[in-house]
Ligand binder design. Structure first.
Ligand code: 13P
Length: 251
């Protein structure tokens, strides 16, 4: 059985004061014992979150890392080794906002995935199609290509220590959620693609759904056989809502 994981991606949100408030709210939640919980604050707030939630069983991750794992002359970037040193255990790679707005290519995403693992961080590989691609019937092709970029460069075994997040771009921050059936269809295809290389690895990989997850739709989504939790954006900035989503994954 795969243990569910619910992750909050705080994106480019937060000030020291609002993060302190959020930490406070998270500390008051009742956490389900059978669910892993992770939060991905901005790099500026990682230390504050590690300090504030350090005694809780939370994983803390970053939203991106540099393509090279080690420190170096690369102004504005943060290396996976630095994230590890800051007590991160996970990192998002290939979020659609980075692919679309910041030009992260499949090759960059693959390098970041490898950099993360070489420093002992667990990468969360984000994949997903745009509305245009979905309407053109290209969903599985697009997601398959994003996944294959990593498999063909790094091999299948790397997925024994990684997660995949399916985030349809059209569902991110729009209030539109993929139906549980739509999401399950893509999650099953992702797992089948992994299984074509290694059934055991595929069976163990946690595949998260992201895109307008909230307390009201979480249970239905998490009830699908290949949906192993969620990657939550907007709703993760509200401690009560995020707590409720995490509890939904435990039921
Ligand atoms: P929303 O939950 O705000 O739609 O964001 C999803 C997301 O992009 C998480 O990484």
């Amino acid at each position: 059985m795969r243990r569910p994981l619910v992750a909050g991606n705080w994106k480019m949100h937060g000030t020291r004061a609002s993060v302190a408030e959020l930490i406070d709210g998270l500390r008051k939640q009742e956490w389900p014992v059978k669910v892993d919980v992770a939060v991905f604050p901005s790099c500026l707030h990682i230390a504050q979150v590690v300090e504030g939630l350090g005694d809780k069983a939370f994983a803390v991750g970053a939203q991106n890392c540099a393509v090279e794992p080690g420190q170096g002359a690369l102004t504005g970037e943060v290396a996976a080794s630095q994230l590890r040193d800051a007590a991160c255990s996970m990192v998002l790679v290939g979020h659609s906002e980075r692919r679309q707005a910041l030009g992260d290519s499949d090759q960059d995403v693959t390098s970041k995935f490898a950099a993360a693992q070489s420093c002992g961080l667990t990468p969360v590989l984000c994949v997903g199609e745009t509305l245009e691609q979905r309407e053109a019937g290209q969903t599985l092709e697009v997601v398959g290509r994003q996944l294959d970029a990593v498999i063909s460069a790094l091999g299948i075994k790397v997925f024994a220590e990684a997660l995949v997040a399916y985030e349809p771009v059209w569902a991110i921050g729009t209030g539109l959620t993929a139906s549980p059936e739509q999401a399950q269809h893509v999650h099953a295809a992702i797992r089948a693609q992994l299984a074509a290389h290694d059934a055991q690895v595929a069976g163990g990989v946690r595949i998260l759904y992201g895109g307008s997850v909230k307390a009201a739709n979480a249970a239905e989504l998490f009830g699908m056989p290949d949906i192993d939790g969620g990657l939550v954006g907007g709703a993760s900035l509200n401690a009560d809502e995020f707590g409720a989503i995490c509890r939904a994954a435990g039921n």
